[in-house]
Design a protein around this ligand. Structure first.
Ligand code: RB5
Length: 150
């Protein structure tokens, strides 16, 4: 299952992405927001990130206006590797090299087609492991070593 959340700045892109993901056969859970009213992106970033870390969702997608706030938020949660991407190469690398478990997009910088292309590139890519796993292990070690990350 993929869980997807946004603030008001990402709502319309979230709606488009949910349709795209469902058309592709993915099970999708919408974590909100679902109105244009101004909300705080950390609330939705935390919710999606925690569902991924808990294993309730396999992957997460977060969208705010630029994607910056959501990526800062999600990466505070131990075990989350959230990647803010703006082109297809970055989206593919986010999985192949970084095994990103959360994709972050900017609702005010991407059109719907581009956002679907980025999500598709990330979902269709496979983590390469090997030397990249060694690097991720170092990130995990950092999370364990820094008390504020526990
Ligand atoms: C909300 O106006 C905006 O700050 C938010 O969507 C996001 O861009 C933050 O990084």
């Amino acid at each position: 299952m993929i869980i997807i959340g946004s603030d008001h700045g990402g709502l319309s892109l979230k709606t488009a992405l949910i349709s795209y993901l469902k058309r592709r056969g993915f099970e999708v859970t919408d974590a909100g927001t679902n109105s244009d009213a101004s909300v705080d992106y950390p609330d939705y970033g935390q919710k999606v990130a925690e569902m991924v870390v808990a294993g309730v969702a396999e992957l997460g997608i977060l969208i705010c206006g630029t994607g910056i706030g959501m990526s800062i938020t999600a990466n505070k949660i131990s075990g989350i590797r959230a990647a803010l991407v703006t082109d297809v190469f970055m989206a593919r690398m986010a999985k192949e090299h970084n095994n990103a478990n959360v994709l972050v997009l900017g609702g005010r910088i991407l059109d719907e087609q581009k956002a679907c292309d980025l999500a598709g590139a990330w979902l269709d890519a496979d983590f390469e492991g090997g030397r990249h796993q060694t690097r991720l292990d170092k990130i995990t070690a950092l999370e364990k070593a820094i008390p504020s990350c526990k």
